[in-house]
Design a protein around this ligand. Sequence first.
Ligand code: 13P
Length: 288
Amino acid sequence: MLVSATEMLKKAKAGHYAVGQFNINNLEWTKSILLTAKELRSPVILGVSEGAGKYMGGYDVVVGMVNGLLKDLDIDVPVALHLDHGSFEGCYKCIEAGFSSIMFDGSHYPIAENVEKTTELVKAAHSKGLSIEAEVGSIGGEEDGVIGMGECADPKECKSIADLGVDFLAAGIGNIHGKYPANWKGLSFETLAAVQELTGELPLVLHGGTGIPADQIKKAIDLGVSKINVNTECQLAFADATRKYIEAGKDLEGKGFDPRKLLAPGAEAIKATVKEKMELFGSVGKAE
Ligand code: 13P
């Protein structure tokens, strides 16, 4: 059964590790992530952007697929199904469809409007037992049409959103969706420390997990990050493994064109990426 992400992230914050949010795109992604979490006894959050939800056919399809896999694969670790960078309307749709967690990304609104909309959605989510993430500052780059300038969050604004009763908070600290450019200055630990100081026990979220060096990930966790989002890295791993399979001509050997064979190396590559991240984030063995 799906669970909200509140408990798993409270535990992570208290235990000084982070739970990975891995974005899903289809059956192979979802199955690979869930099987890896089960094997490593790790809690996990499945992220769904609005674009990926649409691609998969809609939120009902996503909920049906995830619930079916939890049952048929006997996934016995905590799993949350979370809307990633949701719009105001998208959040309501996912609450209705049966997600167990939502993110409202009101970072592009003036802070008063972000506060107003977040307040309403906190009530709506909590009344149905879902957890809710909010955002202040913005994550640079682009993800599924959501574009951010990457400005660092104002710690006081973070405090005003934290006080609304959100369960975890994404604060922009120089992180970027997608690959980091060669001239990237790194995470702003100054901003993170200032946000953590004002928001206390609230679990903080680090978006743009792809390509952040291990030492910066560990420092971010030390400074209060309890959830780390990874999307692009699984996509790159899948594409790379699939390209190698096709370039080696394996799809032309016997029944190598069968999607169960053609997509298998990519699915295995996702498993390896997820395993590496769970080990780095420290969530292995934390399911119980
Ligand atoms: P990356 O694609 O950079 O890993 O970011 C994922 C993310 O933050 C999802 O919200």
